[in-house]
Design a protein around this ligand. Structure first.
Ligand SMILES: *Cc1c(COP(=O)(O)O)cnc(C)c1O
Length: 223
């Protein structure tokens, strides 16, 4: 693909988002478009960075550590989000590098993260990942456990919980799962939801998403 075709793809995504938001009567609302850059080499990100895009997502701490510290020096306004699993031995590194953690899904991680925030005095917003389709292979707190876990994160560990994140089951209509995540967020008194990827971001926009996470829609299929 030519170097700046990624900019054309991003324009297409933004157009579709604007249409979906307007159809849903949400045209006046802000939505975060997190550009998912896992496996994508730095050269391919430069046009996006030079254009002034700020929100990026990586799913592996180690890959992000190779790619982003230099870029963040050059583009200090970057808002880098962890959208993949966080192991407890990577909490310190993750907090130092990322600006939002979207995958808090168990007490051990929440506790470690909160303790590290206290220690470093660096407090970043966190999302609780919900295993919205209750799939055994997926991370996330079960929907029925979510409210209790959110409360625990907030009151026991004082974690700055901003909202919820989920990945609905593949090969099923995502709308009911997006609706369930919105409902859980409402019940928890949280207003921020991260849901919708390349295949379903327009539906997510219609259903109230605060953040969508397109990857392959911008970069093509990952090798
Ligand atoms: C890879 C990934 C994405 C992007 O997926 P695409 O289908 O390429 O848009 C979004 N969210 C998470 C959590 C991911 O791991």
């Amino acid at each position: 693909m030519p170097e700046n075709s990624v900019l054309a793809k991003l324009d297409e995504v933004k157009d579709r988002v604007a249409r979906a938001m307007s159809e849903a009567g949400r045209a006046d609302q802000e939505i975060d478009i997190t550009i998912v850059t896992k496996t994508i080499a730095t050269e391919r990100l430069l046009p996006l960075l030079h254009q002034g895009n700020k929100i990026f997502g990586e799913n592996r701490v180690q890959e992000a550590q190779h790619k982003w510290p230099d870029l963040k020096q050059h583009f200090p306004d970057i808002d880098l989000r962890l959208i993949g699993p966080l192991q407890s031995n990577k909490v310190k590194e993750a907090l130092a590098l990322f600006d939002m953690i979207e995958t808090v899904d168990r007490p051990k991680i929440a506790q470690r993260l909160a303790a590290e925030m206290d220690k470093t005095n660096r407090r970043i917003p966190c999302l609780i990942q919900v295993n919205i389709g209750q799939e055994p292979q997926k991370a996330g707190v079960a929907p029925l456990e979510a409210l209790k876990f959110i409360k625990q994160c907030q009151s026991d560990w004082k974690l700055p919980v901003k909202g919820l994140m989920a990945i609905p089951p593949a090969n099923q209509p995502p709308a009911p799962y997006f609706a369930l995540l919105q409902k859980l967020a409402d019940q928890a008194g949280l207003s921020y939801t991260s849901m919708g990827m390349s295949g379903d971001y327009a539906i997510a926009c219609q259903m109230g998403a605060s953040e969508i996470r397109p990857g392959s829609a911008l970069f093509g299929a990952r090798g």
